[in-house]
Design a protein around this ligand. Sequence first.
Ligand code: DC
Length: 233
Amino acid sequence: MKRITIAIDGYSSSGKSTMARELARRLGYTYVDSGAMYRAVTLYAMEHGMASADKGVDTAALVKALPEIQIGFSHPDSEGVQHTLLNGRDVERQIRSLEVSELVSPVATIPEVRERLVRLQQDFGRQGGIVMDGRDIGTTVFPDAEMKVFVNASAEERARRRLKELQQRAGESPSYEEVLANVRERDLIDSTREVSPLRKADDAHELDNDRMNHQQQMQWLIDLYNKIADGQS
Ligand code: DC
């Protein structure tokens, strides 16, 4: 069967990464978390004094440093999670922190950053057999993807999920209100930025997962995949 390209876009903390990763595992496809790549660039900027909560982002310095930033992924760990590598260093935990979350949206509005990461993402997908999640995968990175999904959920539900993730993956415990404010702020920046704003591709299938458990979401995805794959063969 032809190995297709699957683009999964949606708002932050809509659960798309968990779904995308599992779909890739079930199909034997490669999974790429494009948000992790924007987070890794943000971490680099923070570590090199080019981004901070009080001063914001020094765009000119970051654009100049872009050739020095290499991003990759490790082999999946025992739980099937690939760790993000920044210049060869495992930064999976650091990139999930609230500090990075607060600075990543402005970094992701910089056209030069997007250009470089989009090219890298397209390279990952050359052979097909890929599931990539993000904001502009179905619109910009892989406009010809055979399967496109747009995931939606309320800001409140997404803040609850994000808080859980922060506690489990970054060892942080901010308040629910703080996380909700960050989710809303990112929604606004992501959907109103000039380059590749978050929007549903015309040919994307919408999944509203507010009231769906993980198993129901996976079933929905697999059914859609089977329907699309049948049409391809
Ligand atoms: O999915 P995430 O929350 O890890 O994404 C982090 C940030 O990166 C998010 O605020 C928007 C940005 N992003 C983007 O602009 N384009 C993508 N394809 C993926 C993420």
